[in-house]
Design a protein around this ligand. Structure first.
Ligand code: GDP
Ligand code: ZN
Length: 339
């Protein structure tokens, strides 16, 4: 008899599942689930597991439909999505205030907004800011970039009140995922929030090629107030997957300007009456931000094109004579219905 559970930890071993009665056990994927490149369970997934008596592990027989995912382009494949976490309510993007990378922040925000979750930004290591002026300037820069809807908090691991303010973002019965490059202080923050050393530093570590080390375990950590948080370490490549909504949300200033362009499908290149380029020329929109937007748009277009080409190639193999239009349509319908 299959039981319902949740994937609460992914590391080098088999996924750790927590059953509804609180029992935790390791589980492997049923062969039928993963054959043919099928989906694998990620942190936050609701799954059905079989627990055979004669077996030391449970078996994941089904991954229940995800209502939200954090998805990037698979860094090892040409044009495939890779889901990194599922079924969360909030994404917190962390950057160190003494070394903010605005271009990376823009990309992280696109990915965060694309999930449809609540988004917040935490600027870490306030104690390392050169001085008060540098700190407030950076904070203002980030606020201007994320817009008025997104909370921006400045914190330091050494300042308990600032940690409390981050904790207040995490409401009971919600799950937050924490993204940001390695070393920004995510696991320190999770430890402080949890009030214990759950994320041991001696955890499974993986060389990242630069001599530094990053934890590779992803784990749902329950907080005292009933909220839950997942540190997402080892997320080095943040290639965009589908990102149109994320782009519009992360670049809402440009999206608003684009409404004023003469052509509805203006690409803000050489079209006459382009309000976006006019804003760059008048100094209203920073050229760096516009360039960064263009690059991210280009990245998603290139990916879309590659996927369409791949789809064509698949359809054309083996090269048979054209089927009548109606037959093609019914075939498409059948495939659509399966999903
Ligand atoms: P992660 O890779 O994002 O999980 O980052 P860690 O939590 O492992 O932190 C990386 C390093 O930054 C560690 O040496 C931490 O002790 C240090 N660190 C974390 N938070 C702070 C902070 O607020 N201030 C200072 N000065 N160092 C911090
Ligand atoms: Zn335009």
């Amino acid at each position: 008899m299959a039981m319902r559970g949740e994937v609460v930890k992914l590391d080098r071993g088999f996924p750790l599942i927590r059953l509804e009665d609180g029992t935790q056990l390791r589980a492997e994927h049923a062969v039928s689930l993963v054959k043919g490149g099928g989906e694998r369970a990620v942190v936050g997934d609701e799954v059905m597991v079989d627990v055979p008596e004669e077996h030391d592990k449970a078996i994941i027989v089904e991954i229940l439909p995800r209502w939200r995912t954090f998805t990037r382009k698979d860094p090892t494949e040409r044009a495939l999505p890779q889901v990194l976490a599922a079924n969360f309510d909030q994404v917190i993007v962390a950057q160190p205030i003494n070394d903010v990378n605005l271009r990376r922040l823009e990309r992280e925000l696109v990915l965060a907004f694309e999930t449809g979750a609540q988004v917040a930004v935490v600027l870490t290591k306030a104690d390392l800011a050169a001085n008060f002026q540098q700190m407030t300037e950076t904070e203002q820069q980030v606020r201007a970039l994320v817009g008025p809807e997104v909370p921006v908090l400045v914190m330091s691991a050494q300042d308990g009140a600032s940690v409390e303010a981050v904790r207040a973002l995490m409401e009971p019965d919600t799950m937050t995922i924490l993204i940001g490059r390695s070393g920004v202080g995510k696991s320190s923050l999770v430890n402080l929030l949890a009030g214990s050393q759950l994320q041991q530093t001696q955890e499974v570590r993986e060389a990242d090629g630069k001599g530094r080390h990053t934890t590779v375990s992803r784990q749902i950590v329950p907080l005292p107030n009933g909220a839950r948080v997942v540190d997402m370490p080892g997320v080095r490549g943040l290639g965009l997957w589908e990102a149109e909504e994320g782009l519009d949300a992360a670049f809402s200033d440009i999206a608003a300007l684009a409404e004023q362009c003469r052509f509805r499908d203006c690409r803000h290149q050489n079209e006459p009456g382009c309000a976006v380029r006019a804003a760059v020329e008048s100094g209203q929109l920073s050229p760096q931000r516009f360039a960064s937007y263009q690059a991210l748009v280009q990245e998603t277009h290139a990916l879309k094109q590659r996927r369409e080409e791949a789809r064509w190639m698949q359809k054309e193999q083996p090269p048979v004579r054209k089927r009548p239009h109606s037959a093609k349509r019914s075939n498409l319908k059948k495939r659509g219905g399966k999903r």
